[in-house]
Design a protein around this ligand. Structure first.
Ligand code: AMP
Ligand code: ZN
Length: 114
């Protein structure tokens, strides 16, 4: 999608330091961190929201979780723990309409979330 912020990161139009990349997924630090560690794992292929997922996307979506877990271990935050968040549409608080998994860590998370 030419007009999508995260597609522009994937294709290099918006230079962004990637902290992880494989055939299907990239990850990068969130520009507005909400915790000492806050990074985003996104599929390279444009999918707007979790409402748009199809059966064939299962592997790609699984790979987001695997990437998040791998990065967390590399950063040494896995044992203390972290929070994975995927926002969907208005009530979910989604602002960028290219699926992304937030990973937040480095402080105590609270429940319920805001
Ligand atoms: P959401 O509100 O769940 O759609 O999350 C979108 C996230 O993208 C927010 O946490 C933003 O801070 C983050 N974000 C927006 N633009 C960029 C960018 N250029 N690089 C990294 N993160 C970004
Ligand atoms: Zn996109």
């Amino acid at each position: 999608m030419t007009d999508c912020l995260f597609c522009k990161i994937v294709n290099g139009d918006i230079p962004t330091e990637l902290i992880y990349e494989d055939d299907d997924v990239v990850a990068f630090n969130d520009i507005g961190p909400q915790a000492p560690h806050h990074f985003l794992c996104i599929p390279k292929r444009h999918i707007s929201t979790t409402n748009d997922l199809e059966a064939g996307d299962a592997e790609t979506i699984g790979k987001l979780t695997l990437a998040a877990s791998k990065i967390a271990k590399e950063r040494g935050i896995a044992d203390d723990g972290y929070r994975m968040v995927v926002n969907c549409n208005n009530h979910g608080g989604q602002t960028v309409f290219h699926i992304h998994m937030h990973v937040l860590a480095g402080r105590q998370m609270t429940w319920p979330p805001g």
